[in-house]
Design a protein around this ligand. Structure first.
Ligand code: DC
Length: 230
């Protein structure tokens, strides 16, 4: 089993940027679990499964059968097809959040997420990594930011969308992710809360690396992480 650094938090908190930065520094593999839920939502749409009224069993079967590969450069393959751009549309964002509320889908993807960390050190980001997927993770971060800043960041990634629409999509998705019955977005009791509002990615990355170093020197985790020279 490799070492796990878990980064959870709501949409637009900066998880992807920060998780990639920390993974690069430590020489760990970056794993975006949201991309896995997005891939299942895309496959469901293509298969003609109607959400949200879909048969949960059918969606669970898709999640079990899906061959999802998370490649360097944040590229994503679903059943050997590059779906990197197809999974980032606002439509798939909303559907991914619906698919993620289904227990069977979560169970299938959690198995895949645990398998990835069997033979690799990972920085894994999502909503339930510290609370459910890896309750014994070496370091757990709950990354947050002011809602207005989260909307600004997400709108910056979607230049064609109106800020108002992005705001309503984020708040709808967050509400669903936080209130669903299955593995809702919560801060694990032993996670460190980090508010990234007004901070640069480098500052947030440095704060997390400081936490990683402190954990290692406290001897709370076996082994040592070696930072790459930059
Ligand atoms: O991180 P993201 O926005 O790409 O995630 C897409 C959706 O998937 C999001 O609405 C919540 C869900 N998700 C989840 O429930 N659990 C995870 N570990 C990762 C994402």
């Amino acid at each position: 089993m490799g070492h796990v650094i878990a980064i959870d938090g709501p949409a637009g908190a900066g998880k992807s940027t920060i998780a990639r930065l920390v993974a690069d520094k430590l020489g760990y593999t970056y794993i975006d679990t949201g991309a896995m839920y997005r891939a299942i939502a895309l496959w469901a749409v293509r298969t003609g499964i109607e959400l949200p009224a879909a048969d949960a069993e059918k969606l669970e079967q898709l999640a079990i059968a899906a061959n999802i590969e998370l490649l360097p450069g944040r590229r994503v393959q679903l059943n050997s097809e590059d779906v990197t751009d197809a999974i980032r549309t606002p439509e798939i964002s909303a559907l991914a959040s619906q698919v993620a509320a289904i227990g069977g889908v979560r169970a299938a993807l959690v198995i895949k997420q645990r398998q990835i960390a069997e033979h690799a050190n990972v920085v894994m980001e999502g909503r339930d990594i510290g609370s459910v997927v890896f309750p014994d993770a070496r370091v757990k971060i709950f990354l947050d930011a002011d809602p207005a800043e989260r909307i600004r960041r997400r709108a910056g990634e979607l230049p064609g969308e109106s800020v108002q629409l992005v705001a309503s999509q984020i708040s709808e998705r967050d509400a669903r992710d936080r209130t669903r019955a299955e593995s809702p977005l919560v801060q694990a009791p032993d996670a460190t809360y980090l508010d990234s509002t007004g901070m640069t990615p480098e500052q947030v990355g440095e704060a997390i690396l400081g936490i990683v170093r402190a954990r290692i020197s406290n001897g709370k985790a076996a082994g040592a992480a070696t930072e790459r020279e930059t």
